[in-house]
Design a protein around this ligand. Structure first.
Ligand code: ATP
Ligand code: MG
Length: 285
């Protein structure tokens, strides 16, 4: 399912007070079944961009299209409800939103809210708990007795249980150890493939972008500074620095090597394996 933003401007309103424009006339299309990373300096509007996709933040002008559902400032209620059925949103540190006395109750909460029967929802809970790499027996436990990584998986399972077409995740790997982070990112990538989802995730880790994403959206001060393939995003090191971003490790290493050896390798390398292949190809290894 495709997402389209058409000249969307948005701000936050707390009582009568309005923040300055947080997103400024943003237009973009995120293609159906694409896997995109949203990156950018802190405060650039990444989380706000995600919130627009399920009506947590409403446009003050312009419109957000989730498939055929159009969210505008004038008619939000009905379209937001429809969009929420399609867009599974995983917030930053989602485990802080676990609340029920058992993992199962937590997972079935969303599906029940959308009108599923308890029996159906319990069957789905069993399926999704396995999909996030946990044992069925964990369903009977209290979510508060689990490790950080397990809680994160339970929270994501609760979103998968609603069978979304679009999966939106705000820093899904934040705060996990490298192994836990790698496992979560690989799981997200494999659901993306298996279920034909449209996936968008926010990250501060450019190696995650290089390893898992196909497309990149770079946010800068409430606007999209760049949208394109991962390889194009990391081609020009100066531009990346101007976005206040780092390069992925392999690309950084590649540029250092090119400088030291006074060579120019034939393509942008995103992983160390790619770099090794290119070095063999040109006879430098
Ligand atoms: N609930 C809110 N009320 C008022 N202003 C907000 C609110 N949430 C975010 N903002 C402001 O909106 C701007 C964009 O915030 P946003 O959370 O989208 O940035 P971000 O790119 O996700 O940053 P980070 O990398 O730190 O998570 C910031 O200036 C922030 O202060
Ligand atoms: Mg954020």
């Amino acid at each position: 399912m495709q997402i389209r933003l058409d000249t969307v401007t948005a701000d936050y309103r707390v009582g009568p007070i309005r923040s300055p424009k947080i997103l400024n006339a943003v237009s973009t299309t995120v293609k159906s079944k694409s896997f995109s990373a949203v990156v950018g300096h802190t405060g650039s509007g990444k989380s706000s961009l995600l919130k627009l996709t399920n009506g947590l933040l409403l446009p003050t002008s312009g419109q957000v299209e989730i498939g055929d559902h159009i969210i505008k400032s004038e008619n939000p209620k009905k379209s937001v409800k429809a969009a929420r059925k399609k867009v599974g949103m995983v917030f930053q540190f989602p485990e802080s939103q676990l609340f029920a006395e058992t993992v199962e109750k937590d997972i079935i909460f969303g599906p029940l809210n959308f009108g599923m029967s308890v029996e159906e929802a319990k069957v789905i809970a069993k399926e999704v708990i396995v999909q996030v790499g946990l044992e069925v027996s964990i369903l009977k436990k209290s979510p508060f007795s689990l490790s950080g990584g397990q809680k994160r998986r339970v929270a994501i399972a609760g979103i998968l249980a609603m069978n979304p077409d679009i999966l939106v995740l705000d820093e899904p790997g934040a705060g996990l150890d490298p192994k836990g982070k790698k496992e979560i990112m690989s799981l997200i990538r494999s659901w993306h493939e298996e279920k034909g989802l449209t996936t968008i995730f926010v990250t501060h880790d450019m190696d995650d972008v290089a390893l898992y994403a196909d497309e990149v959206i770079v946010m800068e001060k409430g606007s999209i500074a760049f949208q394109g393939t991962v390889r194009d995003a990391f081609r020009d090191a100066d531009r990346v620095r101007n976005w206040h971003l780092e390069l992925p490790e392999a690309r950084r290493f590649q540029l250092k090597l090119e400088k030291e050896k006074a060579v120019s390798l034939p393509r942008v390398c995103l992983t160390l394996n790619e770099l090794a292949d290119v070095l063999i190809e040109v006879g430098l290894a």
